[in-house]
Design a binder for this molecule. Structure first.
Ligand code: B1M
Length: 211
């Protein structure tokens, strides 16, 4: 690993917020592409944090401070990742489903969608189906994006689909889903219109669905 990437990777694992922010700036200054900084250092570091958690070497507080360092770094990266499109590509309501507090991946998806010209209404985390319905109607959205990181909360995606169906708003939007435990097969199973494994493919999918 290049030293500059290694430093940033280590800082996120150690949850060093200010240092992470400075290192992202430094890496950009050195001419590294935002995509490399994100995938090789930042996302890779969080994957390692997940392994440490699974191995019982990290606990929730350590995972949380690493997540906070990641968010600080992402704020620096955002203007470099986002190239605002000229034509509005559509409007998407996005959120992490009920019971789930993970938002880093969802925030990344939201950022890239914004960059691709979508108007993004981000409801945040732990969003009950009724709140999605309210937002779809209020915002006159074209798309609904659901994120979940836990095998348990994936089931709340299914619940959200059922509730929007019975409330009669399913026909108003195309639904895309994502998050580490989610698959194409699961998307088909719950009746979503598509699944994306990462943020850049989420943009391609959103364009196709809004198309
Ligand atoms: Co949690 N956590 N966590 N956690 N956490 C995981 C997910 C876990 C895999 C760790 C592990 O055991 N290895 C595990 C889940 C196990 C499982 O369900 N099978 C886990 C657990 C168990 C938990 C708790 C239950 C721990 C506890 O309390 N005992 C708890 C649950 C809290 C809750 O939600 N109710 C918990 C809490 C937390 C923190 C709050 C401490 C923190 C989150 C902070 C935050 O998000 N603001 C946290 C973190 C940081 C993680 C890990 C380490 C990193 C997640 C992350 O941000 N990844 C994670 C381990 C891992 O994923 N390896 C873990 C980086 C991000 C860029 O990737 O989110 O996958 P990701 O997003 C990607 C794609 O999935 C996709 O695009 C994104 C960008 O490429 N994508 C979409 C995501 N959403 C999409 C939507 C789309 C399309 C694509 O369309 C709409």
């Amino acid at each position: 690993m290049e030293p500059i990437i290694q430093t940033l990777y280590d800082q996120i694992i150690q949850g060093k917020m200010d240092e992470t922010e400075a290192s992202v700036q430094n890496a950009l200054g050195e001419g590294l592409s935002p995509e490399r900084i994100l995938s090789e250092a930042m996302t890779a570091a969080l994957a390692r944090v997940g392994e440490l958690f699974e191995a019982g070497e990290y606990f929730v507080p350590e995972m949380l401070i690493s997540a906070n360092a990641m968010q600080k770094g992402m704020a620096v990266l955002k203007p470099h990742l986002v190239e605002v499109g000229l034509e509005p590509a559509g409007k998407i309501v996005i959120g992490t489903v009920k019971g789930d507090l993970h938002d880093i991946g969802k925030n990344l998806v939201a950022m890239l969608l914004e960059g691709a010209g979508f108007e993004v209404v981000d409801l945040g985390t732990d969003i009950a189906p009724e709140r999605f319905i309210e937002a779809i109607e209020r915002e006159d959205a074209d798309l609904l994006g659901l994120s979940a990181l836990l095998t348990t909360t994936m089931e709340n995606m299914r619940l959200t689909m059922q509730v929007i169906q019975s409330a009669g708003v399913r026909e108003l939007v195309k639904v895309m889903i994502g998050g580490a435990p989610v698959t194409d097969a699961f998307a088909a199973d719950i009746g979503a219109d598509g699944y994306a494994p990462d943020a850049s493919r989420a943009v391609a999918l959103a364009k196709k669905l809004a198309g």
